[in-house]
Design a protein around this ligand. Structure first.
Ligand SMILES: Cc1cc2nc3c(=O)[nH]c(=O)nc-3n(C[C@H](O)[C@H](O)[C@H](O)COP(=O)(O)O)c2cc1C
Length: 233
């Protein structure tokens, strides 16, 4: 059983709440895993060229190319992203758009697999986790759990955080704020978030070990998808 972990944060490893939470989930699964960070990778969005229609292989030549085989081979995914403007950051959105290559003709390579979605925001982590779940649904992948936490907005370390009128420290704590280590949010300071990440990992590991029925998961995801289509049309 192999799980592919993806951290969509572009910040340094030690700064990233997303990377920390994705790793926490993966470790708790008890399964073999590989963790890939999208930091420093050049991945463009789908350009709708339809070059993948006949083969289910994207023809664009960038850093997504070597990841295709990993996505295909994994039994499950733990995917995390930072909140940018109440949604996914750009590289994670581009990464997930490119899963379009699996969605043609009899392309059922991902159907019925399982996932955990992780989101981290300076304020709210839930929006990117919700978006990841939506992307998974399009591939008929079931999101068994979502985990979200508060990371450290860059405003805490940019050098102007105490006076910046549009920065998070002044917005959260008001004029005259003094930035101390205690004040800087971080997922490792939120025991409930770490607990949720470990529980999500355990659940994913258990579902994989019990040998979930991929055909049954696919049917359920297809039904949810159809309902979603009807409600939004
Ligand atoms: C361009 C940009 C937009 C952002 N927009 C939001 C936002 O709308 N809501 C929010 O809660 N945090 C927002 N943030 C803060 C990040 O989500 C936060 O720093 C998070 O910790 C990043 O994840 P990471 O720690 O894994 O890098 C934004 C950050 C950047 C750079």
């Amino acid at each position: 059983m192999k799980i592919l972990g993806i951290s969509g944060s572009t910040r340094k490893d030690e700064q990233s709440g997303t990377l920390t939470l994705v790793r926490t989930v993966l470790e708790a699964t008890g399964c073999e895993y590989e963790l890939v960070s999208l930091r420093g990778k050049t991945i463009g969005g789908c350009v709708a060229c339809l070059g993948c229609v006949k083969t289910n292989v994207c023809v664009l030549d960038d850093d997504l190319k070597p990841l295709r085989e990993k996505i295909d081979a994994a039994d499950a995914y733990v995917i995390g992203a930072p909140n940018f403007y109440t949604g996914l950051n750009g590289v994670t959105h581009a990464f997930l758009e490119r899963w379009y290559q699996f969605r043609h003709r009899t392309g059922n390579a991902l159907w019925g697999k399982l996932a955990v979605a992780v989101g981290v925001g300076g304020g709210a982590g839930r929006p990117p986790a919700d978006e990841i779940e939506k992307f998974m649904l399009y591939s008929f992948v079931e999101t068994v759990a979502k985990v979200s936490g508060q990371g450290a907005a860059s405003c805490f370390t940019c050098g102007y955080g105490e006076t910046c009128q549009v920065g998070v420290p002044v917005m959260l704590f008001g004029e005259g704020v003094k930035i101390t280590e205690d004040l800087v949010p971080g997922v490792t300071k939120q025991p409930n978030v770490l607990k949720a990440a470990r529980e999500a990992g355990k659940e994913l590991g258990a579902r994989l070990r019990e040998g979930h029925d991929r055909a049954e998961v696919t049917r359920r995801m297809q039904q949810i998808m159809m309902r979603m289509f009807k409600e939004s049309s």
